[in-house]
Design a binder for this molecule. Sequence first.
Ligand SMILES: C[S@@+](CC[C@H](N)C(=O)[O-])C[C@H]1O[C@@H](n2cnc3c(N)ncnc32)[C@H](O)[C@@H]1O
Length: 339
Amino acid sequence: MDNTSQILMRSAEQFDGRRVLLVNPCADRLLAEMPADWHVWCWDYAPYKALQNLVPAERLSFSHLCPQWSALDAAILVMPKAIERAEYALAQIAPLLDAGTPLYLVGEKNGGVKRAEKLLQPYASAVRKLDSARHCQLWQADMDGLAAPFALLDWEQRLTIDLADQTLELISLPGVFSHGRLDEGSALLLEEPAMLPSGKVLDFGCGSGVLSIALARRNPACQFELVDVDALAIYCAEQSLQLNQVSASVSPSDGLSDVHGRYAAVISNPPFHTGIRQDTGIAERFFNQVTRNLLPGGELRLVANGFLRYPPQIEAHVGPCKVLRETSRFKVYSALAPG
Ligand SMILES: C[S@@+](CC[C@H](N)C(=O)[O-])C[C@H]1O[C@@H](n2cnc3c(N)ncnc32)[C@H](O)[C@@H]1O
């Protein structure tokens, strides 16, 4: 079980028999082992899928918005990686809780939970640390019941990106990759002028959709399909596509779990860390599996930090890997699946 779940188990009596909102859960057995009337809001598709066997559909949500559940006895927020994602979640949770209802914040000590007091103070009359174990802390705040209703528009950021050949508008939300700017790696991938093969193109880990929007305009013979694990990224990509009048589909997937078709090209700026620790596992699994989603001769085009040793893995699974562009920090790779 995740460390955050283990520390929560030590306070299990606080939740027993109560109607509890759990936000940003881990994909583990906490809910099976800790009895409560669980209502679960996920923005990460992986735990959402894992919890489908444990929580009835009407009490399990995958969305950028917290469902409007009422009469809650408590809420628990598992600290997300980005502090601003915690602020975004708290702004939605607090208005659902009556005065005196406890809200718990749990997370790893080196993952920002030490800022619990500051995060919770705007909503609570009293904030205190309840427990500390397994490199984690558990904080409790008793809500003052005065939180303003949540307004999504207050949290959306709209930005204009100027590329050499076009200008595009992006919608972003807290914790969505490269919130409020264009990532240097993504920018480098978009500097590559080579056309994509015509047909269906998969954008793996689409974020707010910047790669697909720019490339769809340059490649009118391509139909783009975007996937991401993050519900906020999915919402932002949908909004950004609409704003730029680009038609494409966006759907959730954990890695390639929910990608079933075969594509003329797959484009990506793949994730290389999740949570607090650096992790290239997602990208490695992606290289391992992506060939089954490429048509014969289909192109994998991606950008990554130059220090990541991706080419041997790409060559092992897809085919010979060319460097299309590089800077001191990033490289754009292209590999063709066997034809
Ligand atoms: C480096 S960002 C790139 C975002 C966007 N393509 C861009 O260029 O700005 C990687 C994206 O992968 C997503 N991601 C992380 N883990 C994933 C997984 N297991 N399956 C699918 N997408 C994932 C993240 O949410 C993030 O949006």
